[in-house]
Write a protein that binds this ligand. Structure first.
Ligand SMILES: O=P(O)(O)OC[C@H]1O[C@H](O[C@H]2O[C@H](CO)[C@@H](O)[C@H](O)[C@H]2O)[C@H](O)[C@@H](O)[C@@H]1O
Length: 260
C-alpha cells in the first residue's frame, strides 16, 4: 500500500483482538544508543492494562533479545518473540526459549568491533544476530554494510543482511516477524482472535503482511513511506495515545513525553 493512502486505525474495543507490539520506534522513541532508551512508568502501566483487557493476548515482537526487553521493561516479563522470532517467551513470566551465539558470528563480531568500535560504531551481539549501529557515525554505514555482506560469502548458507534503523543487521533467514506472530496465534490465549501489529521499520513489513493475510490490522508508526501496513499513526506519541484510548484513557498527543 502506498504512503498516500494511509488511514488512522479504528479503535479496537474488546478482547476479540490480539495485540503484537514492536518496541523501538513504536513504543519507544529512538535514542542515540540502544541502552539509552527510556521506558516510563506510564507505559508499563498501559501494557499491563492492555494485557489484562485482552485476556493475555499481547506480545512484544522485537529485534531485541528478550533479556534486554526484560531489562528495559522490568519488572514486566511479557510474552515476547525476541531476535525477530528466534527466541520466545510464550507465557507471561514463563521461561525463555533463547538462542545462542555461534562461534563464526562471535569471531565476526570481534573483527567488526576491532575495525569500527573505535569509531563510535556499536556492535550489538544478539546470539545469532549481529546489529551494527552507526547512528553516532553515519558515514560508516556503507563500510558496516560492506563488512556484513562480505561475511555472507564465508558464513554457512542461511543468513541475510537487513538494513536497520541507523545501522545494519546480519541474521539467520528464519528470523522473521511474520512467523513469530503466527506462532503466537496458535496459542490458547490468541486463537480465534484478530491480530493487530504495530511496527515502524523494514523488519516489521513481514509482520504487516502476515496480519493482512489473517484479516487483522497492520499499523505503521512514523512519517509516510511505502509499506504493506494498511493504517498509520505518525509518531510514537500517537501510537501510545491510540493504545491508551482503547483502555478508556483520553487522547493525549504528548503521551510518551509525559510518561517518563
Ligand atoms: O524490532 P524493534 O523492537 O523495533 O527493535 C529493532 C532494533 O532496535 C534497537 O535498535 C534501534 O533502536 C536504538 C534505540 O533507539 C537505536 O539506537 C538504534 O539506532 C536502532 O537501530 C536494538 O538495539 C536492535 O537490537 C533492534 O534490532
Amino acid at each position: 500500500m502506498s504512503a498516500s493512502s494511509y488511514l488512522p486505525p479504528p479503535q479496537v474495543p474488546d478482547a476479540n483482538w490480539a495485540l503484537f507490539l514492536d518496541i523501538d520506534g513504536t513504543l519507544l522513541e529512538h535514542a542515540e544508543h540502544p541502552d539509552a532508551v527510556v521506558v516510563g512508568e506510564r507505559l508499563r502501566t498501559l501494557l499491563v492494562e492492555l494485557e489484562t483487557k485482552l485476556d493475555g493476548a499481547l506480545a512484544f515482537i522485537t529485534g531485541r533479545s528478550i533479556s534486554v526487553a526484560d531489562r528495559l521493561f522490568k519488572p514486566l516479563r511479557l510474552r515476547a518473540a525476541g531476535l525477530y522470532g528466534l527466541e520466545h517467551r510464550l507465557e507471561m513470566n514463563g521461561p525463555v526459549l533463547a538462542a545462542s551465539e555461534p562461534a563464526d558470528i562471535a569471531a565476526l563480531a570481534q573483527e567488526i568491533e576491532a575495525e569500527l568500535g573505535v569509531a563510535n560504531v556499536y556492535v550489538e551481539r544478539k546470539g545469532p544476530i549481529l546489529a551494527i549501529h552507526t547512528r553516532a557515525a553515519p558515514h560508516l554505514l556503507p563500510r558496516a554494510t560492506q563488512l556484513v555482506e562480505e561475511a555472507l560469502k564465508h558464513l554457512p548458507k542461511g543468513y541475510r543482511v537487513l538494513a536497520g534503523n541507523a545501522g545494519v543487521e546480519l541474521m539467520p533467514l528464519q528470523a522473521a516477524k511474520g512467523a513469530a506472530i503466527r506462532r503466537f496465534m496458535d496459542l490458547p490465549a490468541f486463537v480465534g482472535k484478530q491480530p493487530i501489529f504495530l511496527g515502524d521499520d523494514t523488519s516489521d513489513e513481514p509482520g504487516f503482511d502476515t496480519v493482512n493475510e489473517m484479516g487483522g490490522l497492520s499499523v505503521r508508526i512514523g512519517p509516510p513511506r511505502q509499506t504493506s501496513a494498511r493504517y498509520a499513526l505518525s509518531s510514537v506519541d500517537q501510537a501510545l495515545a491510540w493504545l491508551a484510548e482503547s483502555t478508556g484513557q483520553k487522547g493525549d498527543a504528548r503521551w510518551s513525553s509525559l510518561s517518563a
